[in-house]
Design a protein around this ligand. Sequence first.
Ligand SMILES: Cc1ncc(COP(=O)(O)O)c(C=O)c1O
Length: 376
Amino acid sequence: MDPIRLSRSCVGNEEIAALARVIEAGFLGMGSEVQCFEQEIKAYLATPYEVICVNTGTAALHLSLEGLDIGAGHEVLVPSITYLASFQAIAASGATPVACDVTPERVFIDLQDAERRVTEKTRAIMPVHYASDSTEMSGVYEFAERHGIRVIEDAAHAFGCKRNAKKIGATGDVLCFSFDGIKNITSGEGGAVITGDLELASRIRDARLLGVEKDTEKRYTGQRSWVFDVNRRGYRYHMSNLMAAIGREQLKKIGRFSEHRRTAAIRYREFLAGQSGVELLTLSDDDIVPHIFVIRVTNGRRDTAMQALRDAKIECGIHYQPNHLLAYFNQGYALPVSELLMSQLLSLPLHAMLTDQEQCRVVDVLKSSLEDKSNA
Ligand SMILES: Cc1ncc(COP(=O)(O)O)c(C=O)c1O
């Protein structure tokens, strides 16, 4: 039996040719390929906002926070169930990530719980488009307006998704995408900040290149600044031409990738509808390009199911263990839904090359592992 991957990069000859083109041109760092990728993302998202590409989604989150002057002495509300990157990006800015509980239906930040955790130090809320869904995002904007805080959307799972008929990135405050190897599109590693806040965009553009003022404009024409000034902290977080070349080819394929992921997720939902011991998340199938396919195993057999899948050479995962339970981020309070979900969440294989036969194998093994065979 061939192993089935949980997720994978879907890259091919087009990406190889694009890399060869950049290598032959002889400039691998940040230059015109990055500028083209940014313009193409902007066109794809049909967004009036600025697009700034960086080397990871984590860097996108970090630069957004610092660009908004969020740092030491400040707090940022964030769902406990998210990739560790959301928490570490907040910590890197010097601010404190304040873990909030999540809703059991969508694993989205629970705004009632967040309400209890607002203090005079709260500066931002960082909702995560968990499993690519953004159904409850309008509530976040009402919340943020009421408390006078910024919204940094961790949209790492949500490239290509829509909300209110517009692409994620066409509206909102600050949005951060990830283009790491297994995301809806990849640039090898990579990320982008999308924002209509021009001052923030300009700060992020400089900060991604060590804080050198207006260096981006020079790099896009194949030059660099030799004499310059620096007014803020900066990093080596820029995207390279090599990465952008991969990303540009991936963007051409997003229609096909989206269709494949969406169809596979709908098939899983059909296969598993009504299955005892399984709860499906409540997601808006039409609007999402699912990055992960997560179920809740509610009959106490999640670990048994994981072992059975592994024994059948099927990779599976847990997105994610709650961050408030990690020693570094533990603030000494319980988050009951996140802690319950820790023992229930199970991610099944999903990527743009998953075959129908592979999906059937996953579902067969899963269903059989969920049956209680003790009385058989
Ligand atoms: C929810 C979430 N936030 C942030 C990130 C960080 O993105 P990157 O891996 O590009 O740094 C990821 C990536 O896996 C993610 O899933």
